[in-house]
Design a protein around this ligand. Structure first.
Ligand code: NG1
Length: 417
């Protein structure tokens, strides 16, 4: 599918709404190179923004109403700004309603018309939901002169997505807004920092669809939130074992530098309920179970030890992968991708047989390494390979699961066209 041009979306907007848009925003998708399921523990990530994107055109609309249509997602929307959630009738409308809720204080009342188009697949793993939320917020920010800066767009997009139901850590929104072309973005959350990591010219990146959509609206959301709670329990138990006071919610970044943390992780229980953990670690139950859109069941036992083992080891791999890229050691970088995938499969358990198969096929076709990217439970995998191997890696991925598979390039973040 070719990327729609700014002119083509302007023309489509005019045909649809009878006037020109006042703003067109490009919001790229994201491929996480490494640092998977670390962000909500306050531990680092290393994603890129990609050359697949959503384009969002916006202009004035009837007072108090937002009308939206899309060539990328099904179902037109007509949302009342007073009660945006009441008009939601298609999955993507929930992100629009979330964005409207988050921009209300900065721009009350006004109406808008919106058209969304793009070439970013929505099946999970390439961050189409965050591209949509960030892009909508930025388009409305300009259409309504709301005066939000880029940091505010990131923070509001995170909250908007959490209201939709996934207790996201913030990696996607940050890289979608702040990425620079030709580089990966190393993001730290505690304390917050980011730096561009140049990608060596000998590194090409291929993404491949596993053939299974990650059901972010249903089971994948629950599996994701269960792991967020498991990571909190692990953090609370580890902090208790070394007598550390811990924040709310407890995050593994607070204990990652504790001496012998690996040994302490081995002593964690395999599974534990929030109720047992609150009692065992003397921590307030609400700190463990409170989610933005929900409250996790206090009696459900969730995995603890193997989640902590993955998350803490993955954070170390992010440092090592950044060093490998800076040293142009692509063999080492590829090995780290493979280790990350194995840890996600065996400890974190968010891979699927199709993701395992597609990674194995891409490695066999000459990739330095391959891993699932994003939350997992379906969706996409990413492979690092030499430019000369791109065609073979794509062919192997498509033969393994039917594809699609394609090369991606590190692109810049959110922009006005
Ligand atoms: P996906 O579902 O691939 O966009 C999700 C989270 C990230 C991060 C990764 C796992 C959302 C919007 N994003 O990414 O914050 O936790 O999983 O590393 O939920």
């Amino acid at each position: 599918m070719p990327t729609p041009s700014p002119d083509s979306i302007r023309t489509a907007f005019r045909l649809r709404f009878g006037e020109d848009p006042t703003v067109v925003v490009r919001a790229p998708g994201r491929v996480n190179l490494i640092g998977e399921h670390t962000d909500y523990s306050g531990l680092p990530v290393l994603p890129i923004a990609i050359d697949r994107a959503l384009l969002i055109a916006a202009g004035p609309g009837p007072e108090g109403m937002v009308e939206a249509a899309s060539g990328a997602f099904e179902g037109d929307a007509a949302l009342d700004r007073q009660h945006p959630n009441a008009g939601v009738s298609a999955p993507w409308h929930r992100y629009l309603a979330g964005a409207l809720t988050e921009i209300t204080a900065a721009a009350p009342g006004t109406g808008a018309r919106i058209l969304v188009d793009g070439d970013l697949p929505g099946e999970g793993g390439l961050s189409s939901s965050s591209a949509l939320t960030c892009g909508l917020l930025e388009a409305l920010n300009h259409a309504w002169a709301a005066g939000l800066d880029r940091e505010a767009i990131v923070q509001r997009a995170i909250v908007a997505e959490r209201h939709v139901g996934v207790e996201t850590g913030g990696m996607d929104q940050e890289v979608i807004v702040f990425a620079e072309a030709g580089t990966a973005l190393r993001i730290d959350f505690d304390p917050p920092a980011r730096r561009a990591v140049p990608l060596p010219p000998g590194l090409a990146l291929v993404v491949a669809y596993s053939g299974e959509a990650a059901p972010k609206g249903t089971s994948a959301r629950d599996s994701y939130n269960e792991r967020v709670v498991g990571a909190r329990i692990a953090a609370a138990m580890l902090a208790d074992s070394v007598g550390l006071d811990i924040g709310a919610p407890p995050r593994l970044c607070e204990v990652a530098d504790v001496d012998v943390v690996d040994i302490l992780v081995d002593e964690l229980p395999e599974r534990m309920s929030p109720q047992e953990a609150a009692h065992g670690a003397g921590v307030e139950l609400e700190r463990l179970v409170q989610l933005t859109a929900d409250r996790f069941d206090t009696r459900t036992k969730v995995p603890v030890k193997r989640l902590a083992r993955h998350i803490l080891a993955e954070a170390v791999r992010v440092d090592e992968a950044e060093a490998a890229l800076r040293a142009n050691d692509l063999a080492a970088f590829g090995r780290l991708l493979n280790e990350s995938h194995n840890s996600l499969r065996e400890d974190f358990r968010c891979s699927t047989p199709a993701l395992d198969r597609i990674c194995a096929a891409m490695r066999k076709a000459g990739a330095f390494g391959a891993r699932l990217t994003g939350a997992g439970f379906g969706g996409f995998a990413v492979a690092a390979c030499a430019p000369a191997s791109v065609a073979a890696v794509i062919a192997a991925a498509e033969a393994a699961t039917g594809g699609p598979a394609f090369e991606v390039r590190a692109s810049g973040g959110l922009s006005l066209l």
